[in-house]
Write a protein that binds this ligand. Structure first.
Ligand SMILES: [Zn+2]
Ligand SMILES: [Zn+2]
Length: 353
């Protein structure tokens, strides 16, 4: 059986190179902004993540603050039975969950981490802000760690392998570990050259605060309209909307790092422990087809067949139809048939823009 080796970035060893996976910026016909880096890439500033360059004690304090905040958000769910309830609250939960999962699966993962389609610089910022509402740090931090995961999946250099770590450590504890606090620009030079993305990476709490504030105001208005008071309305809307929706979206996303490297079906030999978990794809917008994804991480579709439900991909196709994004990469038939030999994405592959 003839095999073709492919890499991200159009660099191929074998017969056919992939089309270039380019950075945000221009439609092919019209070069609208010319900020492509010079060969070799521009000199980038040091990672701007809060905590970079601080002493271990300060970094410990920052990690502890993050851990406390995440714990408080989880514990806030105890208020669910005691706050005002109406159909609007269920709608707030469903909307928040879908909004955040599209942000994580569609934008944070398939765009910023794998560059499986192209868009304008302005809409790229919208996607970064949208993805940031999920309160999983900025796009540079997320993509840097995710690319490293693909490059070293289930080895000691993988930031969150359940094969070598305990389940809960791979699920979410790794996020608070000192080794994983900074956004390593080495892995995301293609993204780090945009100052607006560096800004959102440093001030990563801005999108969630904006999102939560909007829901608080909506709840206050609803509370007054229902005669329960603005405070009670805002509290109920916050707990049912951003709190519950965010916690659900967190764990749906975290399951990719834990569950889909432990249980499920291995359709392709990927050299790691990635697995397809079909039921999870209904919940996390198609991310459950993780073995497919590790086998061929260059495509926007993680579901390789029509029956492999992949909601994030459907949203991507809709955005393409609306003209917001373009050059959507789809898994070729030789990949679906298992005839492509994998080449793990490395930082240099994303530098070739
Ligand atoms: Zn991935
Ligand atoms: Zn994985």
């Amino acid at each position: 059986m003839t095999q073709v080796v492919e890499r991200v970035g159009g660099v191929a060893i074998g017969s056919r190179p992939l089309p270039s996976i380019r950075s945000a910026g221009t439609r092919p016909a019209t070069a609208r902004h010319g900020d492509a880096p010079p060969p070799g890439g521009p000199a980038l500033p040091a990672p701007a993540t809060i905590g970079a360059g601080h002493s271990p004690l300060v970094r410990f304090g920052i990690a502890l603050r993050r851990l406390t905040l995440v714990t408080v958000i989880h514990l806030s769910l105890v208020f669910l039975p005691f706050v005002f309830f109406s159909w609007e609250m269920v709608a707030a939960t469903v909307f928040t969950y879908c909004f955040l999962m599209i942000g994580m699966a569609g934008w944070m993962h398939r765009y910023f981490s794998h560059r499986t389609f192209r868009t304008s610089r302005a809409f790229q910022f919208v996607l970064a802000f949208w993805a940031g509402c999920g309160a999983q740090r900025g796009t540079l931090w997320w993509a840097a760690h995710h690319r490293r995961h693909h490059a070293f999946a289930d080895t000691v250099d993988d930031p969150h392998t359940p094969t070598l770590l305990a389940f809960w450590r791979s699920h979410m504890v790794w996020i608070f570990e000192d080794a994983h606090q900074q956004s390593n620009y080495k892995w995301v030079r293609d993204l780090a050259r945009y100052p607006e993305l560096r800004f959102l990476d440093k001030w990563y709490w801005t999108p969630p605060i904006v999102y939560w504030t909007c829901f608080g105001l909506l709840g206050a208005w609803l509370g007054q309209a229902r005669g329960i008071g603005a405070g009670a309305g805002a509290g109920a809307m916050l707990v049912w909307g951003p709190v519950l929706g965010t916690v659900l979206a967190w764990h749906a996303t975290f399951c990719i790092n834990s569950v889909t490297h432990m249980w499920g079906r291995r359709r392709y030999d990927t050299g790691d422990d990635s697995r397809n978990v079909s039921w999870l794809s209904w919940i996390n917008f198609g991310e459950g087809w993780h073995n497919n994804h590790h086998y061929y991480p260059h495509s926007a579709n993680l579901g390789f067949h029509w029956w492999q439900v992949d909601p994030a991909y459907y949203v991507i196709l809709l955005a393409e139809k609306l003209g917001l994004i373009w050059d959507v990469k789809k898994a070729p038939s030789r990949a679906v048939e298992g005839q492509v030999r994998r080449a793990k994405p490395r930082p240099e592959h994303f530098e070739r823009d």
